[in-house]
Ligand binder design. Structure first.
Ligand code: AMP
Ligand code: MG
Length: 317
């Protein structure tokens, strides 16, 4: 697949309605002109993504919000984005008619964020339209955090921006009411949002999820993936462990291989390595079962465990 750092080439492809993979600080995104329904439709086709799963729009300038959100954001939300944009925070609010229905899966709202990755920013600055970009993986599979993870057909170019530093997807926040609700935990923690909105909370799962990121199963490796607890029976052969830090010794089981999320137990580093280590075990012929040590659900640990539980869900026996 054509991979490189040629932003101008990526710009040309996007202007023609083609798909480009762009690096962001969360994960790599599969991008198309958000105002071109046909180009956006290609994203769903390439990812085999169901049309009920809406996309996030990417912008580089606050002014772009005016053409996407129907109403101006309340002042307290402006404070929030001044603090966290550019960065891994997505806002959901009522959309204008500029946003094609295919982007928002027919919902009356649209999700928007401003990525901080310098290459994504340069790319967006060259364009006079926002980019619709979900993660650059097949639907339901692991998100890519380096170009080597990308395994999609029908894309014109991969912009190589190195490793995604946050490593898990953005926090998605519904901002239509007075108090924001987290639809999906992510790179910005609940506690960080509560500094601005003490009553902010994580939305409880509903049967008809507003955010398909709320589906119980998502982001799955292709091999059995199990979160350890004291009674887990670990397979004797082909078992790989994803452990939190060098200090974790709570599990005395035998594992053929161990990978570490963060040697020094740094939560941010652990988040940035989660998908990477899952990819490593997924493609390791010696490993048939992937185990993970649970992480304390504080701060960004909530988002890490959210992804881990979703990845493990379909493998629960
Ligand atoms: P991703 O595949 O990581 O880009 O995730 C995009 C996610 O954003 C979707 O799966 C939804 O969970 C969420 N999302 C996008 N648009 C909306 C919206 N209008 N309302 C609620 N959630 C949304
Ligand atoms: Mg995704």
């Amino acid at each position: 697949m054509l991979t490189g750092t040629d932003i101008q080439f990526a710009v040309e492809c996007l202007r023609k309605g083609e798909l480009v993979v762009m690096p962001t600080e969360t994960v790599y995104g599969l991008a198309a002109n958000a105002f071109d329904s046909l180009a956006v439709a290609k994203i769903f086709e390439v990812k085999k993504r169901p049309f009920f799963d809406p996309l996030i729009l990417h912008i580089h300038d606050l002014k772009q919000l005016d053409e996407l959100f129907e109403a101006p954001l309340q002042d307290n939300y402006i404070k929030l984005i001044n603090k966290f944009w550019p960065g891994p925070l997505t806002l959901v609010s009522s959309k204008t008619s500029n946003v094609p229905a295919i982007v928002s899966s027919g919902l009356s709202t649209v999700a928007v964020r401003m990525p901080s990755h310098p290459m994504a920013r340069k790319l967006l600055q060259e364009l006079d339209f926002p980019l619709a970009a979900p993660s650059a993986n097949l639907f339901g599979c692991l998100s890519p955090t380096i170009p080597a993870h990308i395994n999609l057909e029908g894309i014109s170019y991969i912009l190589d921006g190195g490793k995604s530093l946050v490593g898990i997807e953005s926090t998605i926040l519904m901002v239509d009411g007075n108090e924001p609700q987290i639809l999906r935990p992510g790179g910005i923690s609940l506690e960080e949002i509560q500094e601005f909105f003490p009553a902010a909370k994580i939305m409880q799962k509903t049967l008809d999820p507003l955010a398909p990121g709320q589906l119980e199963s998502h982001y799955s490796p292709l091999k059995p993936f199990i979160i350890l607890n004291a009674s887990t029976q670990v397979h004797k052969e082909g078992a790989g462990l994803i452990q939190f830090s060098a200090a974790s010794s709570m599990f005395d089981f035998h594992f053929d291989k161990r990978l570490m999320l963060s040697k020094n137990g740094d939560m941010l580093e652990a988040a940035s390595n989660l998908f990477e280590l899952l990819h490593q075990f997924e493609s390791d012929p010696d490993i048939s079962f992937i185990y993970m040590e649970p992480i304390t659900e504080n701060g960004i640990g909530v988002a890490i465990m959210d992804r881990a539980k979703k990845a493990a869900f379909r493998w629960i026996e």
